[in-house]
Design a protein around this ligand. Structure first.
Ligand code: MG
Ligand code: ZN
Length: 228
């Protein structure tokens, strides 16, 4: 009975997600759903990505946390459009939450929508939000053994970003092991190694993102010299 109820809830969520995906796709908006454990650097990565996309793509962020508007404030201080969702105890975002948040955004002007999920590597993997793709973050400070421990997050993502790569030498994180473990679960996973704060790896990530956005919207500009 409990399992049946959970399946019904998931079905209801995924029906709303399918509607959102079709709506966002018709408008040519590339939508990304960012997953990671708390503290892996989702907000910082998105902030630094938005800075690099200035003048190249029109962006907005929907950010989910259990409580507080701290992340929304950070985005707004950087001059970016952001909507905060507080789940009030919920450990993941749902499609109806995103549907409501979309009311606060000017969708006709939008080209890339970033959805920062609640920090949690478990259930966000199972809830579609209308995204084109999930992006999973794994930081060098949280350990190289996470892909095998939380396979659904890595299986459901199209890209994995290994964050805090500048701290690699200070940790016992085995980069090769982490990448192999993730690729064993999902051989198609595109992997980036990034330091959001120091800038390492950001050009490749942003170029990759812009090319995906361009596929959805042909009039999007690409940076000079972009070769990907
Ligand atoms: Mg955050
Ligand atoms: Zn959850």
């Amino acid at each position: 009975m409990e399992i049946r109820l959970a399946e019904d809830l998931m079905d209801a969520n995924n029906r709303v997600a399918a509607k959102l995906k079709s709506h966002l796709s018709k408008k040519g908006i590339l939508t990304l759903n960012f997953l990671s454990s708390p503290g892996a650097g989702k907000t910082t990565l998105i902030e630094k990505t938005l800075q690099r996309l200035k003048g190249l793509a029109k962006t907005a962020v929907i950010v989910g946390d259990v409580q507080t508007s701290r992340d929304k404030q950070r985005f707004e201080e950087g001059g970016f459009d952001a909507v905060q969702i507080n789940t009030e105890g919920g450990c993941h975002l749902t499609a109806p939450m995103v549907e409501k948040a979309l009311d606060s955004l000017e969708l006709d002007a939008l080209e890339i929508l970033f959805i920062e999920n609640v920090g949690n590597l478990v259930c966000p993997a199972g809830f579609q939000l209308g995204e084109d793709m999930k992006v999973v973050l794994l930081s060098t400070t949280e350990g190289d053994d996470k892909p095998g421990k939380y396979p659904a997050a890595f299986f459901s993502a199209q890209a994995m970003i290994i964050t805090k790569i500048d701290l690699l030498a200070l940790t016992n994180f085995d980069l090769d092991f982490a990448k192999k473990d993730a690729l064993r679960i999902n051989p198609k996973l595109k992997i980036f190694e990034v330091s959001s704060l120091k800038g390492e790896g950001m050009v490749d990530w942003v170029d990759w993102l812009l090319h995906r956005a361009k596929r959805k919207r042909r009039d999007l500009k690409l940076p000079d010299g972009c070769t990907l």
